[in-house]
Design a protein around this ligand. Structure first.
Ligand SMILES: [Zn+2]
Length: 262
């Protein structure tokens, strides 16, 4: 079997037998892949820090006949994100973003854009870790902005510039987000369609996240308020739930992040 080489970011580990891991990575070429890393749980494993969570690594792997899992031959650490561990919020935020990539990106969807976006969010978190006291909600808001950017790349982001039904850009204060229409509604269409109510601040946050730089979450004068975070996230989750035919968007890593601030 031919070998494949790529740069990749480590999303997740699952134990396999006594000494190995199945590692899910997002490769620059090839997208999401699950790979058998034999002996990775042994002390002094030949893969070293190359397979530690969130790290950027150069992998060389191959498909195995009649097996689903790829087989990892070698990996070489290119950039460590181990520094994220100094800040529990930053680390949990990175975990929430990794889970979004793992859960939202379909198998086989190769996208350099997604790879770059994930690398960007990890870099932002690493450069701002540890967050000063009182700034922690930035780390909670960042995965929401990341989720919106990711949905945009996947072609499922909501319409945020104007009313998704009639195109009216005068949305007033009584805006809502309709999951089945996939965007904001003006007051008139909202009366007919319903949808989840969104405050003006939340709409501004979603627009800034969608159209602005990801890093601005960490540099705007104040971290977003809690109510806004809850509202923005619920709106995006309703969209995901609609896209996944009613299956609720339950994220394990995000639950951990929420235990830190809620
Ligand atoms: Zn309308």
């Amino acid at each position: 079997m031919a070998h494949v080489e790529s740069e990749a970011l480590v999303l997740r580990h699952v134990r396999q037998g006594d000494t190995s891991h199945v590692v899910t990575l997002f490769a620059r070429e090839g997208g999401k892949i699950a790979i058998l890393a034999k002996g990775n749980r042994k002390p002094g494993s030949r893969f070293g820090a190359g397979l530690d969570l969130f790290n950027l690594t150069h992998i060389r792997y191959r498909a195995r006949p009649n097996r689903d899992l790829m087989y990892l031959d070698t990996c070489e650490l290119r950039r460590s994100f181990g520094g994220l561990a100094v800040d529990v919020f930053g680390y949990a935020s990175a975990g929430a973003c990794a889970e979004l990539v793992d859960r939202l990106v379909p198998e086989g969807a190769a996208s350099e854009q997604i790879f770059d976006l994930f690398l960007e969010v990890l870099t932002i978190l690493l450069e701002t870790a540890p967050l000063a006291a009182g700034e922690e909600l930035r780390a909670v808001a960042l995965p929401i902005a990341f989720q919106l950017k990711l949905m945009d790349v996947l072609g499922v982001a909501p319409e945020l510039t104007g009313c998704v039904v009639c195109g009216d850009t005068e949305l007033g204060a009584a805006t809502s987000l309709s999951a089945h229409r996939g965007g904001l509604l003006c007051p008139r269409c909202r009366a007919a369609e319903g949808g989840r109510r969104l405050g003006a601040e939340t709409v501004a946050f979603l627009r800034a996240s969608h159209f602005g730089e990801l890093a601005q979450i960490m540099t705007v004068p104040y971290p977003p308020p809690r109510g806004l975070i809850v509202e923005a996230r619920a709106a995006l989750d309703a969209l995901l739930e609609f896209h996944h035919h009613g299956r609720p968007a339950a994220f394990r890593s995000r639950k951990f992040l929420d235990e830190l601030w809620k």
